[in-house]
Design a protein around this ligand. Structure first.
Ligand SMILES: [Fe+2]
Length: 341
């Protein structure tokens, strides 16, 4: 079977009403009548509007519908885990949608530097939209090298993936070649301590067929204690774009089959940590430079629209996730149990 995502003038209002304000996707093989209500862009712009009170009511509507799409038995928490003892096997950070060079990016970057002085880490996941607005590599000093200068000088390594803004110039090729992003291919894998990371290209124009075959093969072959996947686009979200039904269909079965504990993404400009959904926690860390509102779904463990980044502390039996604000203090903690693969 071939898988592809493409632009469409229709959108899935039932799953992601707010997503209808931007590019929408159709998954060719899964278009089924009756499980979604589709309106074209003109009808949406006329009927709903995109701002203010109407935008908020659409958010509330989306929250109800997003919750309805999840069977309660999928949701679990790690409440029975004991608090971890001692130093973690690995600590790393993640941030997304950060490449603006604005005051927000500097505030988060400075908080990362301050936090690191107390809780050292040497890896940062940069989960896409690394260079706004069009992935212009000539902006790299303004949107990456200067904001993160202190971290880079301390040999912190960044590992990027490609966001939708990054591929607007030459399909992101220059970012693949940029050493500071450590992105040798559009999708690839690397190991760090007890974790194998799987980096995805979640863009519409990705080679989904080959990439998914690769992902399935690599996840099956992995002997790592922990498998973590990251890509730019959300799967579960209570923000502007909501649940991405197409990417959920493509990716979640692989996560479930192979015991992926965590999926990290941006695209949504807020922080949101899901409960464990069929063994996988979904962590949005898109508050790296600017913000959009976020609601809450029944599967949401924590959601907030604030400038922030995420910290992950990996132990043998659990990963502790923390949301960190611009004051370099945690506003959220959650534990992730090791999935039973
Ligand atoms: Fe994005």
């Amino acid at each position: 079977m071939r898988y592809s995502l493409s632009d469409s003038e229709t959108c899935n209002v039932a799953e992601s009403p707010n997503r209808c304000s931007s590019t929408n996707l159709s998954l060719f093989f899964s278009a089924t009548a009756g499980d979604m209500m589709s309106l074209n862009r003109r009808q949406l712009l006329t009927g709903f509007g995109l701002t203010g009170v109407l935008g908020l009511s659409v958010l509330a509507w989306q929250r109800r519908l997003a919750g309805a799409a999840i069977a309660p038995q999928m949701i679990s928490s790690a409440a029975n885990l004991q608090s971890p003892q001692g130093e973690p096997l690995l600590r790393f950070a993640a941030v997304a949608d950060a490449g603006m060079g604005n005051a927000g990016q500097y505030a988060v970057a400075n908080a990362m530097t301050a936090y690191r002085q107390q809780q050292p880490f040497s890896l940062v996941i940069l989960a896409g939209d690394n260079i706004y607005t069009n992935g212009e590599i000539e902006k790299i000093a303004a949107v990456f090298e200067r904001p993160y200068a202190t971290l880079l000088a301390q040999n912190v390594s960044f590992r990027a993936c490609l966001g939708n803004h990054d591929i607007r110039t030459a399909n992101g090729t220059a970012q693949l070649a940029y050493p500071g992003f450590n992105l040798p291919a559009r999708y690839h894998s690397f190991q760090q301590g007890p974790v194998q990371f799987f980096v995805l290209d979640t863009n519409n124009n990705a080679d989904w067929t080959t990439q998914l075959q690769w992902l399935d093969r690599e996840l099956a072959a992995s002997t790592a204690s922990w498998k973590i996947v990251f890509g730019h686009h959300q799967i579960y979200s209570s923000g502007r774009y909501g649940i991405d039904r197409q990417r959920r269909q493509l990716l979640v079965p692989h996560f479930r089959q192979h015991g992926v504990a965590l999926y990290i993404n941006g695209h949504e400009h807020h922080y949101e940590r899901s409960q464990s959904l069929d063994g996988t926690t979904y962590l949005i860390c898109g508050g790296g430079a600017n913000l959009r509102p976020v609601g809450r779904s029944p599967w949401t463990a924590y959601a907030t629209s604030q400038l922030s980044f995420a910290i992950f502390e990996v132990y043998a039996d659990q990963i502790v996730v923390s949301g960190i604000g611009t004051d370099a203090r945690p506003f959220d903690h959650g534990a992730i149990a090791r999935p039973v693969a």
